[in-house]
Design a protein. Structure first.
Length: 152
């Protein structure tokens, strides 16, 4: 039985934060894709492309869940940048710095999603809870892969 202390508005607010942070992560991943250099270029260039492509689809799904809950999805680069809790990486960062930054940024999104999962569970919103669980799994796998690169 759901704890009715969490409301649909609480779920939406938490989801909107995930949308903003996921969009910022997608932008940072794209930046890394464009600017990575060095011996790991080909592997990282390809991995970053897979990651930002997957994130694009995920952001759309998350924003559409906000809409399905009767609210408006956040948008606009300026607005999303103000909302996001993801730091920006310098364009000239080295490959290892990029990978470490993206691992940390994925951890931030996992933390956001864990909040969504908890709030949605308290609100009895199993559908949003399921979305959060699935997204956490994707980000945890991404973190593992990024950290494996750094361990080399």
């Amino acid at each position: 039985m759901a704890n009715t202390s969490a409301t649909k508005e609480d779920v939406v607010a938490a989801l909107r934060q995930v949308v903003a942070d996921s969009y910022a992560l997608m932008g940072q991943t794209h930046l890394c894709h464009w600017n990575v250099r060095g011996p790991g270029f080909f592997a990282l260039h390809t991995a970053f492309e897979q990651q930002y492509t997957e994130l694009f689809t995920a952001v759309d799904e998350l924003a559409e869940r906000v809409r399905a809950l009767g609210s408006l999805a956040p948008g606009g680069l300026g607005n999303l940048a103000k909302m996001a809790g993801i730091k920006e990486l310098q364009e000239d960062a080295g490959a290892e710095e990029m990978v470490a930054h993206l691992a940390d940024s994925n951890r931030k999104v996992v933390d956001d999603l864990a909040k969504v999962r908890e709030i949605a569970g308290d609100a009895g919103d199993s559908e949003t809870e399921d979305i959060a669980i699935a997204r956490i799994q994707v980000h945890e796998k991404t973190i593992w892969m990024l950290e494996s690169f750094l361990a080399a």
